[in-house]
Write a protein that binds this ligand. Sequence first.
Ligand SMILES: NC(=O)c1ccc[n+]([C@@H]2O[C@H](COP(=O)([O-])OP(=O)(O)OC[C@H]3O[C@@H](n4cnc5c(N)ncnc54)[C@H](O)[C@@H]3O)[C@@H](O)[C@H]2O)c1
Length: 398
Amino acid sequence: MLIQPKIRGFICTTAHPTGCFEAVKEQIEYVKKQASFSGPKNVLIIGASTGYGLASRITASFGAGAKTIGVFFEKEADEKRTATAGWYNTAAFETLAQEAQLYAKSLNLDAFSHEAKQRTAELIRQDMGQIDLVVYSLASPRRIHPDTGQVFSSVLKPIGQAFSGKTVDAFRGEVKDVTIEPATAEEIDHTVAVMGGDDWARWIDFLANEQLLASGVKTIAYSYLGPKLTHDIYKSGTIGKAKEHLNTTAHQLNQKLKSLKGQALISVNKALVTQSSAAIPVVPLYISLLYRIMKERGTHEGCIEQIYRLFKDFLYASLPPSLDGQGQIRLDDREMQQDIQNEIAARWPNITSDNLATLTDIAGYRDDFYRLFGFNLPGVDYLATCNPHVKIKSLDDK
Ligand SMILES: NC(=O)c1ccc[n+]([C@@H]2O[C@H](COP(=O)([O-])OP(=O)(O)OC[C@H]3O[C@@H](n4cnc5c(N)ncnc54)[C@H](O)[C@@H]3O)[C@@H](O)[C@H]2O)c1
């Protein structure tokens, strides 16, 4: 099969197995070049196949030699379609982990379900005994409630009043105005149900009750705040409400984990091109401008650089991590530097379709987007046919 990118709106419906392999290998190579650190031993990553979760799995594994169990929700290839990128990423990760004699097993299940929690618990009990780190890195548009079966859908909308602003169609190169009507009360509740902390707390409660959390266990979830420019749509919008709930959950989990001398943390990460951030209005244009300025200043970081820094300098540093007033780790410190944000605010009103390529790093945005799906990787022959049916070893062994 010849595999080419097929872009539909803000997603790509194809993925390239060899390209995904190379992209995972690049992240692993990055970690291997950095200093190793004394980190976690047995790690569960929920949302382990792409973005920040995949980078967490790679860092724990190749940076600290940890055993990892990854939970995600991806699709295998069929007669008509390629697998999803996260499927190929995981196949690549397991192959490379195995070569390095690192334990890696995966579960392709709906993390919100009881079944996912039970199956994960069985695997931990069988292969690890207990775990000392749980990374919660889910980004999902919907959740089926495990007890009631109710389906919640998350929305990316402002709260209270309509938002009008600039956004970009990155592939057409068009800067345009968007107006988004405010969320209803139900939409706010649904977004909090999907992207807030309820499921994170259920995972931790369940694993604690099953006595699968080691003494001194840490658990971390990822958040985003961003600058004033995106507040209406992010921090003060529906997703921001969900992130507030996530932070409140972290405080509650901290209380619950006291008896285990455990800790629950939130890390506020940098805005990066991932499958989920591409779906947020305004954010892709902001990211294009942010990339431009951070690359000019030499402070740009991708998922793997961020997460390696998180593990080495915050989570597993010799001193306790410094936290902001809300008790959160601020890995977005470089993004939020005042001079960078001043520059973004100054350039923002002037961006049009005509000067998009010169004022912003839209080319870098597109390139990163293609790479998420295994395209644009150097050394991969995209004109050669390749087999889309790739197995994930630990799933195949079942
Ligand atoms: N991308 C950014 O700019 C950014 C910035 C800061 C924080 N974050 C946060 O980081 C976290 C991860 O986001 P990302 O951008 O890496 O997302 P992503 O889309 O790259 O990854 C999402 C992961 O969740 C998994 N997943 C989705 N639904 C699932 C389900 N029902 N069951 C099991 N797995 C499921 C996917 O398989 C994938 O592994 C989110 O909380 C996000 O808000 C993202």
